[in-house]
Design a protein around this ligand. Structure first.
Ligand SMILES: [Zn+2]
Ligand SMILES: [Zn+2]
Length: 85
Protein backbone atom coordinates (compact mmCIF):
# COMPACT_ATOMS: atom_id res chain seq x y z
CA UNK A 1 0.00 0.00 0.00
CA UNK A 2 1.31 3.34 -0.95
CA UNK A 3 0.11 6.53 0.60
CA UNK A 4 -0.62 9.16 -1.95
CA UNK A 5 1.25 12.30 -1.25
CA UNK A 6 -0.60 15.17 -2.73
CA UNK A 7 1.79 17.06 -4.86
CA UNK A 8 1.25 20.75 -4.73
CA UNK A 9 2.93 22.49 -7.63
CA UNK A 10 0.95 25.63 -7.00
CA UNK A 11 2.95 26.31 -3.86
CA UNK A 12 5.96 27.08 -5.99
CA UNK A 13 4.13 29.50 -8.19
CA UNK A 14 2.76 31.18 -5.09
CA UNK A 15 6.26 31.72 -3.82
CA UNK A 16 7.19 33.13 -7.20
CA UNK A 17 4.36 35.61 -7.00
CA UNK A 18 5.56 36.79 -3.64
CA UNK A 19 8.58 38.27 -5.29
CA UNK A 20 8.61 41.98 -5.57
CA UNK A 21 9.27 43.31 -9.00
CA UNK A 22 10.59 46.68 -9.91
CA UNK A 23 7.83 49.08 -10.87
CA UNK A 24 9.73 49.60 -14.11
CA UNK A 25 9.59 45.92 -15.00
CA UNK A 26 7.25 46.64 -17.90
CA UNK A 27 9.90 48.98 -19.26
CA UNK A 28 12.44 46.21 -19.22
CA UNK A 29 13.93 46.22 -15.75
CA UNK A 30 14.57 42.69 -14.58
CA UNK A 31 15.14 43.51 -10.93
CA UNK A 32 13.36 41.32 -8.46
CA UNK A 33 13.38 41.16 -4.71
CA UNK A 34 11.96 38.52 -2.50
CA UNK A 35 9.16 39.50 -0.24
CA UNK A 36 11.53 39.30 2.71
CA UNK A 37 13.66 42.04 1.25
CA UNK A 38 10.76 44.41 1.55
CA UNK A 39 10.17 47.98 0.58
CA UNK A 40 13.47 49.25 1.86
CA UNK A 41 15.40 47.41 -0.78
CA UNK A 42 12.75 48.11 -3.39
CA UNK A 43 13.05 51.81 -2.69
CA UNK A 44 16.81 51.63 -2.78
CA UNK A 45 16.61 49.97 -6.16
CA UNK A 46 13.97 52.37 -7.38
CA UNK A 47 16.25 55.28 -6.61
CA UNK A 48 18.99 53.73 -8.69
CA UNK A 49 16.87 52.03 -11.33
CA UNK A 50 18.29 52.62 -14.78
CA UNK A 51 14.94 52.00 -16.40
CA UNK A 52 13.18 54.80 -14.63
CA UNK A 53 12.00 57.65 -16.72
CA UNK A 54 13.93 60.82 -16.26
CA UNK A 55 13.39 64.21 -17.75
CA UNK A 56 16.19 66.06 -19.45
CA UNK A 57 16.54 69.35 -17.65
CA UNK A 58 17.54 71.08 -20.83
CA UNK A 59 14.85 70.09 -23.29
CA UNK A 60 12.26 68.31 -21.13
CA UNK A 61 12.48 65.17 -23.21
CA UNK A 62 11.74 62.07 -21.23
CA UNK A 63 13.89 59.01 -21.54
CA UNK A 64 15.23 56.23 -19.41
CA UNK A 65 17.99 57.00 -16.97
CA UNK A 66 20.19 54.50 -18.74
CA UNK A 67 19.63 56.31 -22.03
CA UNK A 68 20.22 59.76 -20.62
CA UNK A 69 23.97 59.88 -21.38
CA UNK A 70 23.13 59.04 -24.99
CA UNK A 71 20.46 61.67 -25.03
CA UNK A 72 22.81 64.25 -23.61
CA UNK A 73 25.11 63.69 -26.53
CA UNK A 74 22.35 64.51 -28.98
CA UNK A 75 20.32 66.91 -26.87
CA UNK A 76 19.21 69.96 -28.84
CA UNK A 77 19.60 72.13 -25.77
CA UNK A 78 22.92 71.36 -24.24
CA UNK A 79 22.56 73.49 -21.16
CA UNK A 80 22.97 70.72 -18.65
CA UNK A 81 26.05 69.64 -16.84
CA UNK A 82 29.22 71.48 -16.18
CA UNK A 83 29.60 75.19 -16.56
CA UNK A 84 26.81 76.23 -18.79
CA UNK A 85 26.15 79.86 -19.51
ZN1 LIG B 1 14.30 48.73 -11.82
ZN1 LIG C 1 17.74 67.10 -23.67
Amino acid sequence: MRSKLASQPFVQSMVWQLRVRCVQHDKGCGWQGQLGTEMRELKAHDAACQFKEATCLACNVKCRVKDMPDHHRSCPHRQFGIAHG
